[in-house]
Design a protein around this ligand. Sequence first.
Ligand code: GLY
Length: 351
Amino acid sequence: MNNINPIYYGVEGLKELNTFIQNNKPSKIVLLVDENTHELCYPKLITEIQADTEIEILEIESGENNKNLYICINLWEALTELKIDRKALLINVGGGVLTDMGGFIASCYKRGINFINVPTTLLAMVDASIGGKTGVDLGSHKNQIGNFVLPKMVLVDVGFLNTLPYEQLLSGFAEILKHGLIADKKYWQKIIELDKIETEHLEELIKISIEIKKNVVSNDFTETGLRKILNFGHTIGHAVESFFLEKNAPILHGEGVAMGIIVESYISMKKSLLSYCEYEEIKSYISLLFPKLNLKKEYFNDIFIFMQNDKKNINNEIKFVLLEKIGKAVYDISVDKELIEEAIYLYIDNE
Ligand code: GLY
């Protein structure tokens, strides 16, 4: 069992952050923000940080199309110009793009400096900032370059969610649904009873989702087996996301994952794993909540090419995470191209 980084909530998090700063005395603190978190989250955070040392701010542009090595190089150059040394602390304040890239930058700069994640989107709170995956995209290939490295801590403040547009909340909600589907049927049922996605309900869901993710990651930090289940909905979801990114029409991560969950649940049923009844339950709930993606059948081959590059593949075979039932996932399952095509076509044809 690996002990993954501590996760603190609300005011306790700010206290722990200040204790960390007092104990470790970083030579400098660098806050990495994007234009949204600079405006909406930085003012709150900066009044809470108690440090004798200098605090620098680095801002990047938000959006998946900025999660690449070129931006990393700019940031490494900026850190060098600021004379940031190995004893500095990087605090990543933002959504999944920023925490993934910030962790990667910190892990390589001068062979590694300490970093802390302050996720400000639902997606980053329940998934991206937890568990030590860092990275950037290579062209349109999502998270192709990266490593496993843990932040010193993750600070979750649900207050930041009030700054988020609804589509961003929905995007993170896809990961919450995934957690119920792969690990806990009662949790899934609790989630689907909600009639609205509101911050007051989310606080409890975030904690449950983080516990589920922590349990999985502690058992398989570098994803040699069990951790793969966290990729349910992502083999197809990531490929579709990459496809739209390449077309210069990016979709939100959760939109791709929601579509991927529907399609991969269908494949699970066709493989005689998931029951028809549970497939219908998943499909109808997710179809009601998420907008349908504007996919065309002629896109299939391009999407399939992205799937051939999925990180879970073994010996050029596309390996899926599928559902045996709601609350139980299985991994490393081979699926024929014909069945993948059938499942995606069905998604496209469904009203
Ligand atoms: N987002 C999937 C994982 O952290 O393994």
